[in-house]
Each structure stands twice: as C-alpha cells, then as structure tokens.
Design a protein around this ligand. Structure first.
Ligand SMILES: [Zn+2]
Length: 568
C-alpha cells in the first residue's frame, strides 16, 4: 500500500512538472516609426483581407480640438494602416494590429517570420513589433544565429546550444511583460533573426531535443553562454557579482588532444638569419630582386654614401631633406651608429613587409599537410621539409628542430604557392582546450597612450601612471584591476575594464611600454577568449563534440550539477 502511495505521489509530481509547449512573444522592434508586413497568403487586419499592411504612428488632433489653441490632451497618437487596394484604416489608440497568415511566413524588412506579428503603439509614441510563436519554432531561428552550423557544424554542439537557448527563454518568459513581449531579439537576450536564417542541421538539433531544458533544484537555470572561454570558464560572481552554484569555473577540456610531432632539417639560432635565408637575400642586389625593385647592385664603399643609396634604391618615390634621418625614423638605420650589413638587409625586408607574413590558427596537422584558419577560413598548406620553425615566447623566438603541436597554436608563416617556407608559432597556453579551434582562442591588440587616456579619462586620475592586477579569477580573468594616475587610483571590475578598453574578453595579460622617463607610451594586450567567460563555451562545445562528447556531457561540463528535464 505504502509503495503504491509513493508511486502515485511520484506520478503526481511528474505530472505537475509537465507542461504544454509555451507560446513566446519576441520583441523585434521597440521603436519603429513605420512597419510594413507582407505575406504570400492573405491575412486580416480589422476584418479586411490583405497581403500587405503598412502601419504608421501619426499625431492627430482629438475631437475637442476645434479651437485654435490646443491643450496637450488634444494631441493623440494613433495608428494608420494602409492595406491592399488603397484601403486606409485609422485605428483608435490602444488598438493592436495582428497579422497571421496560415501556411505562409510573414515578412518585415526582408526578414521572414513564423507565427503571428503584432504591432502596437507604446509609451514612447512609436511602434512596438512583436513576433508571437511556439517556442520550438522560435528556437529554429535562434540556434543557427548563436552557433554557426557552417563554421561549427557538430550536431551534439548544436543540440547543446538548442537546450541552452530553450532554457534561457523558458527562464526569462515574461521578462519584458511591461513592454508587451517576453524577450528581445538581439544579443542582449539571444539573437533571433526569423525563419529566413533557419538551417537544416540546427533545426535537427532543435527537434531532437524538443522540450529539454537544463535545471538546477528543479528550475530552469540561467543558461549563460560565451563564444570562446580561452581555456577555462569563470565563476559568475567574478564577472556578474552574483554567485550562482552551477556557473562555476571549469577547464574547457574533454579529452586531451594527441600531440602531433613535427621536425625540420634546417634551423638557425637567429631567426633573422632564417628570414634572409628563406628570402634568398645575402646582398643588396638580392634584396632588390626579392622586393621586385630595379636591381642596381651594391652600395658604394664610402659609408657616408650609404643612406642616399638605400633611400634611392628602396624608397625611390620618397622625397627627403635628410636621407639619414628619414631612414632612422623608418627604423632602417640606427641613430647610435653603424649596423652590420646582414642586420640592415633584414630590416629592409622586414620593415617593407616584403616577407609577406600570414597568420593563422592551427586546426590539423598530419605530418605533411596542415590546415590553418586564415582570416576565419580553413586553408590547407604543405610544410616545407627545411622550413625553419621557431617557437615565440614574448619577443624571443626559439629555433625548434623538432617538437609537437596539438592544434590551436597561433602561427605566423610565409607561404609560397601553398607551401610553408618558414613558421613562427606561439605555444597554445589554452593547451588542451576544447575551444582551441576558435580564431579568438588567442589574440593580441595594442593600445596607444591616446587610447588609454580615452579609456580611463572619465576617472579623473590625472596623468595615467600604471595599471596593476589586484585579483584574477580561477580562469585568469582580471576580476579587479587598479588604474593609477598622478592624482589618485581606483579599481575596476572585469566587465567594466573590458568595455573601457574595448577588449574581446577580460582574460589577458599586458605589457606597458614606457619612455626613458617612465611615462606610458602604450600597452600591448595578450588575450584569450571572446565573451564574458561564464557558462557554456560555444566553441568549446564544438570541440567537445568533435572529440566525441554528447550534448548532455557538454551541458553538464559547463553547468555544474544540473539535470536535463523534458518539459513537454
Ligand atoms: Zn572554452
């Protein structure tokens, strides 16, 4: 009997949690002056059948406005709707225009939408546009925009994204109720671009996970996600000042990737020597040839004639008052005296960009061919057997006869017809991270003094003197940073600092450049990741899926202690 009772109770409990698929209202626009709705099938506006409706908010005079002097209350906004066949409706304030065309999507400004569209006036005297539809249909227009199925086409990652997006909307239903909808359509909520952006793989992921949400203590979680965590996600309280039990730092790793060996037959202790050797430059004549300039041979033996020779040969179109000071400014000649010929040749090749360095992220390497993400697109190269290879650490470049890569290394290279002739790579600090394939797993930016002044000027600290890390989170993100100036100092939290400096993520280290007097000239920022760094790492989800993880494993990796539950 008792066992029976428990069974009944369990049934009742499960029954209480079951629900029907919710209808969701998405705020497409909160400030439209005019909106045109079109459809291939007819829809109704106030009992009029039409295939297009142009809604405009207009200022009108109320009925009591016969006198020349008006009261403010005589002015009213109302909606005017132009339908097919020249029919114009003037609607009383507070009326909603609702369009639904069964069997055909509705179009607004070149975007198509499932479900119904509502347009109504708001307190700002503009129009609010709302798309109302079942939540699963809404998700079809979210998932491909939040995780590109073209770049990151792994079905388990797309399923994890579908569950995260479903959980997010489930938790935030009614968030903007006062505005007449549930959530917005931009990345302030989650990006929804309608039916026109649907993709077959993303749709399969939504359908396969229908009704499934991530829960903690029986409630849908705050399913935050970040594009690329840079190796480790961050605790919620370090970024958003609120501790959330399932949004805790985790390494972005599933299985440790296999290291793939490389070797080369040539190495030079000095990387500049390698550049010149690969370029085939040992004389000025070689340098002229390499740069496609007129070959005039070697400089005169008189050292005093050298600046004029270099300027004429390598900068033929530049007019100078002093060749020597021009070349010193260009970093070719040194203000402190003579430079060795080899150094001079290197500077010419380097400063003129003649070596044509390219940059990419290593995706795969099988011992012969390597695929690199170059400008975000995969490109395959052969690696020359004698290509000098260097590992870059800070400003140093270590010659490597052999070593190994795991993918995700940032590589500077010279290629000649798809064969790499020289390579300088940075070790992948986010070592085995599942998001190592992101082109933003590693990044570097330079900030000038002017940019730093603009970023911190609002603090009124006087002349900027220093920036110092006070606290880093477990992922390495700068949780608290101190900005110091001649008039004082203050601390800044992660998100604020990221916004002020315009950085992709708050996971970075930096070098401050100073002049001889110690004044700040600029700052180089070496960063990892893209986003706030909390919750599911989207590119990491892709990497985990590539390594064989299921969507449930992916979600449980980034949201600690959650349960998946099917709501309908
Ligand atoms: Zn990650």
């Amino acid at each position: 009997m008792r066992r029976f009772l428990i069974a009944v109770l369990l049934l009742l409990m499960t029954g209480a949690q079951a629900q029907n698929e919710p209808i969701v209202r998405i705020g497409l626009n909160q400030n439209a002056a005019t909106v045109t709705i079109r459809s291939a099938n007819a829809f109704s506006v106030q009992q009029h059948r039409t295939r297009s409706a142009k809604v405009t908010a207009v200022l009108t005079l109320g009925t009591g406005a016969a006198a020349a002097t008006l009261k403010k209350s005589d002015l009213q906004y109302r909606m005017v709707v132009e339908l097919d066949g020249g029919v114009v409706l003037a609607l009383s304030p507070g009326t909603k225009v609702r369009a639904a065309a069964p069997g055909a999507p509705l179009t607004i400004e070149n975007r198509t939408y499932r479900g119904a569209i509502e347009v109504f006036g708001n307190s700002r005297n503009t129009l609010t546009v709302v798309n109302e539809l079942p939540v699963e249909e809404y998700l079809l227009g979210v998932v491909p925009n939040e995780l590109s199925p073209t770049t990151f086409g792994q079905i388990e990652a797309l399923k994890a994204q579908a569950v995260a997006a479903r959980t997010y909307v489930q938790r935030n239903l009614g968030q903007s109720k006062n505005e007449g909808y549930d959530i917005c359509a931009t990345d302030a909520c989650q990006v929804y671009l309608g039916a026109g952006t649907e993709d077959p793989a993303a749709s399969r992921a939504v359908i396969a996970t229908r009704g499934v949400v991530a829960t903690f203590d029986g409630k849908p979680i705050e399913a935050l996600y970040t594009s690329t965590c840079g190796g480790r996600t961050e605790n919620a309280e370090n970024i958003f000042d609120q501790k959330i039990p399932y949004l805790v730092s985790t390494s972005c790793e599933y299985t440790h990737p296999e290291a793939l060996a490389f070797s080369t037959s040539r190495s030079f202790p000095d990387w500049r020597k390698a550049v010149l050797t690969v370029a085939g430059v040992s004389t000025f004549g070689d340098a002229q040839r390499f740069m496609g300039l007129q070959v005039t041979g070697e400089p005169p033996s008189d050292p005093a004639a050298l600046p004029a020779f270099i300027r004429r040969t390598f900068y033929p179109s530049v007019i100078t008052t002093s060749d020597e000071s021009f070349l010193t400014e260009q970093g070719i000649l040194s203000p402190t005296g003579a430079i060795a010929t080899e150094d001079l040749l290197f500077r010419l090749v380097d400063r003129k960009g003649a070596f044509e360095w390219q940059q990419g992220i290593l995706v795969s390497w099988d011992g012969k061919a390597m695929t690199l993400l170059v400008n975000g697109r995969p490109k395959t190269f052969a690696l020359g057997g004698d290509a000098p290879i260097y590992q870059r650490i800070g400003d140093e470049r270590l010659p490597m006869r052999q070593g190994s890569w795991i993918g995700g290394e940032l590589m500077d290279f010279r290629a000649e017809s798809d064969t790499i002739r020289m390579l300088v790579y940075r070790i992948n600090f986010a070592n085995p991270a599942a998001d190592r394939f992101s082109r933003l797993a590693l990044w570097q930016v330079h900030k000038t003094r002017q940019e730093l002044d603009a970023a911190f000027g609002g603090f009124n600290l006087g002349e900027l003197t220093d920036m110092r890390v006070v606290e880093r989170g477990p992922s390495g993100r700068l949780v608290t940073t101190e900005i110091a100036g001649s008039n004082g100092r203050r601390t800044v939290r992660a998100l604020r600092l990221r916004t002020l400096l315009g950085l992709r993520d708050s996971l970075f280290s930096f070098d401050i450049e100073r002049n001889a007097r110690g004044a700040i000239l600029g700052m180089t920022v070496y960063g990892r990741g893209w986003g706030h760094g909390v919750g599911m790492c989207q590119v990491g989800a892709y990497g985990m899926a590539m390594d064989g993880a299921t969507y449930e494993e992916i979600l449980k990796k980034y949201y600690k202690g959650i349960e998946l539950r099917k709501l309908y």
